[in-house]
Design a protein around this ligand. Structure first.
Ligand code: AMP
Length: 302
């Protein structure tokens, strides 16, 4: 019998941890046969309330909640933070269980990329070569790493719904396009960005911020709020972006980019559209952390 959404099907005290692909498929098979709706929340661990919000969304809509916990090496560039990326599996398991997760899929690297793995999934269409995908930044290779691991997780878990965060707006747009183009039989849900009380977007990488930089980092969300407010007040994206730049400069932050783009196609836009949300995306290095954040400005209704 399949439980109703909101109920956990496995042990409530601790999410069950599964390391192998076959073991995961075996654990899910009876539930799938019984018609259970399976929700997947892909993560790289070191959970915070942003991750937990995705787990809660999955718990409220699905019969079985699977969280993957895998620091995916192929989405890190050679000079990025793979080696020092924060990890705490025990704490993650506790938080995942408390959020109602049934299964935590935490494979090792060889399980995911066995010797000879030679296939990747790449989304083009201008989505992966702009913003973070610009070759001078993380580059398209970053998104190739993301889409390859997410496609593999979709094939391993077979979810009905997969949950992602708006915090990583470009990633969400790229994954939605992949799902559409490759006909993955699932629905992608993108949940709002969860923030600290002062506005800083939650991120596992915030642990890299020293005290003074933690205070400066709030300028990113402040800049985005100013941008939205001014853009809407003056019906001008230029005015909004100028207001954002002032906030960043006041905190001595030089953004890697601060751009207005169509939220779905990621093409540049220069004015607020009618009927299409505009994504304002920012990335900046603040002390030891490279931070990204964004806001969606809904269209002005005529
Ligand atoms: P990560 O572990 O950083 O790869 O993130 C796993 C998922 O959590 C991704 O879909 C992220 O977009 C999402 N996520 C990360 N930070 C936040 C946040 N502050 N609010 C909402 N979702 C988030």
């Amino acid at each position: 019998m399949s439980p109703s959404p909101g109920e956990t099907v496995f042990d409530k005290a601790a999410a069950r941890i599964v390391r192998g692909v076959d073991e995961l498929r075996t654990a899910l098979a009876p539930h799938r046969r019984a018609g259970a709706r399976i929700g997947l929340v892909p993560t790289m661990g070191f959970l915070h309330d942003g991750h937990v919000s995705l787990l809660h969304a999955a718990r409220s809509e699905c019969d079985v909640v699977v969280m993957s916990l895998f620091v995916n090496p192929t989405q890190f560039g050679p000079n990025e933070d793979l080696d020092r990326y924060p990890r705490d599996e025990e704490r993650d398991l506790r938080l995942a269980a408390a959020a109602g997760t049934d299964l935590v899929f935490a494979p090792n690297i060889a399980e995911i990329y066995p010797d000879g793995a030679a296939t990747t999934v790449e989304v083009d269409g201008g989505l992966t070569s702009v913003l973070d995908g610009d070759p001078s930044r993380r580059g398209p290779e970053h998104f190739r790493g993301v889409t390859t691991i997410v496609a593999k997780l979709f094939n391993i878990v077979g979810p009905d719904v997969a949950y992602f965060g708006q915090k990583d707006a470009q990633q969400a747009a790229v994954i939605k396009r992949m799902v559409r183009d490759l006909d993955f039989p699932l629905r992608v849900e993108v949940m709002p960005t969860v923030r600290e009380e002062d506005g800083l977007a939650m991120s596992s990488r915030n642990v890299y911020l020293e005290a003074a930089d933690r205070i400066r980092a709030v300028a990113l969300s402040r800049a985005l709020a100013a941008c939205e407010q001014q853009a809407l007040a003056l019906d001008s994206l230029d005015a909004g972006l100028a207001a954002a730049r002032i906030e960043l400069a006041a905190a001595a932050i030089e953004p890697e980019y601060l751009e207005a783009r169509d939220a779905e196609t990621l093409q540049p836009v220069d004015r607020l559209g009618v009927g299409r949300p505009v994504l304002i995306a920012v990335a900046a290095r603040v002390g030891g952390a490279r931070l990204i954040d964004n806001v969606l400005i809904e269209s002005i209704v005529d």
